[in-house]
Design a protein around this ligand. Structure first.
Ligand SMILES: [Zn+2]
Length: 288
């Protein structure tokens, strides 16, 4: 078992779920920045949550989950594409070793953006940050902005982040009305280390052996950053020639590090000059 997301459904009740385990994906995030333990906990939980959430949506593109606050942890960003490529980053100052969301984030906001890419109209929902942890905050968000009953259990260890999501679907006549309560009570009995250590088939056996469960094919999840030299180049274009020339005059080169994967992109004076010269040529070519 590693880096998979597993969908399941109750055959005779309006309940569906997803289980995610992140191993290499999670370690890839930890290898790129030295996050304090409390930040790791939040970031791992958010990665599991983002992977679970996008799995429930009929949407092609990138889900961006963001928590911003005025506490020690300023910003947490997790991105997950609909084919489950993920990246994450955080900004913080002096962070206590542990604490609930209010202690770590302070007054904050919780935002989810769906970016369909290529200029297509997206969607953003923002709510005030509420709840003791990431799972509770997302449950609140789902209830307020989507009116969908959603329950989440999230666990982050050093080597692995994991999560379980349950969602209540609109009930059909004659369906099992108690199933939602049964499903959530059993899930709540799961200990955090059990959620992390057992794979999805084993978790479903332990929780729902008495239920008729349909299990779908597990799908892979992986770390992947979308940064590239081309993207940094267009960012320098937007920054403008005066600004870039100023940095070159002062430091001899322009260095940009990707805040997600820590990849360094360096441009020397010749390269930045060529970059703006190329832009002028393109502009003239389109004018003629
Ligand atoms: Zn990157």
């Amino acid at each position: 078992m590693s880096d998979t997301i597993q969908r399941f459904m109750f055959e005779h009740a309006p309940v569906r779920g997803e289980i995610v385990h992140l191993d290499a994906t999670w370690r890839a995030v930890l290898e790129r920045h030295d996050y304090p333990p409390a930040v790791r906990g939040l970031l791992g939980d958010m990665m599991a949550a983002a992977a679970l959430l996008i799995a429930t949506l009929k949407f092609g593109g990138t889900l961006i989950m963001q928590i911003q606050g005025n506490g020690p942890v300023k910003l947490l960003v997790v991105e997950c594409t609909s084919d489950h490529h993920m990246r994450a980053t955080a900004k913080w100052s002096e962070v206590p070793a542990s604490g609930d969301l209010a202690t770590l984030i302070g007054a904050g906001r919780f935002a989810i953006t769906l970016d369909a890419g290529q200029g297509a109209p997206g969607y953003q929902g923002v709510v005030a940050l509420e709840g003791a942890n990431v799972a509770a905050a997302l449950e609140q968000y789902m209830l307020r902005s989507e009116q969908i009953d959603t329950r989440l259990w999230l666990t982050t260890l050093n080597e692995r982040a994991a999560g379980l999501l349950l969602q209540k679907l609109p009930a059909a006549d004659g369906s099992d009305a108690d199933a939602w309560q049964r499903a959530t009570l059993l899930a709540a009995s799961l200990k955090p280390h059990e959620l992390a250590m057992h794979d999805a088939p084993e978790l479903l056996r332990r929780l729902y052996s008495a239920e008729d469960i349909r299990v779908f094919k597990p799908r892979p999840v992986r770390f992947r950053c979308t940064c590239s030299r081309e993207r940094v180049t267009s960012m320098l274009h937007m920054l403008g020639r005066t600004e870039v020339d100023g940095i070159i005059a002062e430091r001899g080169e322009v260095e940009v590090s990707c805040e997600f994967c820590n990849q360094r992109y360096v441009f020397d004076a010749l390269e930045t000059a060529a970059l703006f010269a190329a832009r002028v040529e393109v502009a003239q070519a389109t004018r003629h």
